[in-house]
Design a protein around this ligand. Structure first.
Ligand code: AMP
Length: 190
């Protein structure tokens, strides 16, 4: 059985944490576009320099850059049995690009996991994370911008994946282990 999953949800909903845990359980790589950008920014690569001008403002990195990066990453050896994509796609054009990438690889998605959480809970979690991790894009202004982009551009994708019968919605509020358990139960119930 393959495990080709997307994990979606607003920033602060625990996506990265749950993606990493699910990746361990499913024995497939967790691929976070945000992490790839951060690694490139840290390594001062060309991609990093380009990305930073967008990530530091809470804006999306241009689709052409992001789509090529995902195509490269999914084409690597370790994705044969599956992957968990975290933070991509984030808008309708990226959904279309991902459809093309998967079609070229002869693959299709198994499920789209959506972690739900309300905005007040998210704002609290994000400002706590800002203190703990010191991410430069976790200022009050960029947090609000990222949540706005999520609501305007990314949240509508949930309906598109629901229409494809792929959606698995999970309450993201609670202890890490409890949410992980909910994800397993919801995936098994598909
Ligand atoms: P994240 O860690 O997923 O919140 O991503 C951090 C930042 O990286 C975002 O605010 C964007 O600037 C950029 N980023 C991550 N994923 C994408 C994507 N799929 N498309 C465009 N930009 C992205």
């Amino acid at each position: 059985m393959t495990h080709r999953f997307l994990i979606m949800g607003p920033q602060g909903a625990g996506k990265g944490t749950q993606a990493a845990l699910l990746a361990q359980r499913a024995e497939v790589p967790a691929i976070s576009t945000g992490d790839i950008f951060r690694a490139n920014i840290k390594g001062e690569t060309e991609l990093g320099k380009l990305a930073q001008s967008f990530t530091s403002r809470g804006e999306l990195v241009p689709d052409s850059v992001t789509n090529d990066m995902v195509r490269d990453r999914l084409g690597q050896q370790d994705t044969a049995e599956g992957f968990i994509l975290d933070g991509y796609p984030r808008n309708a054009a990226q959904v279309e690009a991902l459809d093309g990438i998967l079609a070229d690889l002869g693959w299709s998605l198994d499920a789209v996991i959506v972690l739900t959480a309300d905005r007040d809970e998210l704002l609290g979690r994000l400002s706590r994370r800002a203190e703990l991790e010191g991410r430069e894009d976790d200022t009050a202004e960029t947090i609000a911008r990222r949540l706005d982009i999520y609501e305007q551009e990314t949240a509508p994708l949930i309906d598109a994946y629901r229409a494809r019968g792929l959606l698995v919605e999970v309450d993201g509020i609670g202890e890490i282990d409890a949410v992980a358990e909910r994800i397993d139960v919801a995936l098994a119930a598909r």
